[in-house]
Design a protein around this ligand. Structure first.
Ligand SMILES: [Zn+2]
Length: 226
């Protein structure tokens, strides 16, 4: 899984910290990430001198994301216009981060893209239309006009390994271009326990009522997924 970056560790603790030139800066155009591409084809996450903009502008756009082993990572928030590509700087699919150094780049990029989407969708207050502002000391955005506060949303999912003797129940989606067999899975609904979500999803997708003594959270391996 992409979060398996040991011995590195991604530290999510929010910090009120101004960016420094040696920090890393993620910037996105849709699902693509802006990377520094050297003449030999090697890629890396940009630092300040790759961006080609005044540092005051970087500070205006930057929002703290997280730290990974002493490296501080920022998001350059963009509204409407995106940073243009320039020589040695290209927007590339997020997958391009897989395999480049440092070893945590892909996981960091996926996490940054998740947060970038949340920031983009929450520029304006959904209650009164005011412009939200970053709160100090925590990952949240508040409306100065009505006080409404939002936090990054996550969507818990269950994946269920249903067994019958030595057989494992697998499914194929009828409405998606996904050729491989997969385990039953689905989102947890509001007010549901993980176990209840597992029971409901298996019944909804296969019509089978599961009986269990214990449902274990199943950790997907890359082998199982790919
Ligand atoms: Zn408001």
């Amino acid at each position: 899984m992409i979060q398996d970056i040991f011995p590195y560790r991604l530290d999510h603790a929010f910090r009120d910290r101004e960016p420094e030139p040696e920090d890393c800066f993620f910037s996105f155009r849709g699902g693509e990430v802006l990377l520094r591409v050297s003449e030999d084809g090697s890629r890396r996450i940009p630092v300040f001198h790759d961006l080609g903009m005044p540092f005051a502008e970087v500070r205006r756009l930057a929002v703290f994301l997280f730290c990974v082993d002493g490296v501080t990572v920022y998001l350059l928030r963009q509204q409407g216009d995106v940073l243009p590509e320039r020589e040695g700087m290209q927007y590339l699919p997020l997958r391009e981060l897989d395999g480049i150094l440092p070893g945590w780049a892909y996981f960091a990029g996926a996490t940054a893209l998740h947060l970038a989407g949340w920031y983009e969708r929450n520029v304006y207050c959904g209650r009164c239309g005011g412009v939200r502002a970053q709160d100090r000391g925590r990952r949240s955005l508040s409306c100065p006009d009505c006080g409404d506060t939002v936090y990054p949303a996550i969507a818990p999912v269950v994946m269920v390994a249903v067994t019958d003797g030595d057989r494992l129940l697998m499914t194929k989606y009828g409405d998606r271009p996904l050729p491989q067999w997969v385990l039953v899975s689905g989102f947890v609904e509001a007010g549901e326990t993980l176990e209840e979500a597992a029971e409901r999803e298996v019944f909804e997708e296969t019509g089978i009522r599961i009986a269990y003594e214990m449902i274990e959270a199943m950790r997907l391996s890359e082998k199982a997924f790919w």
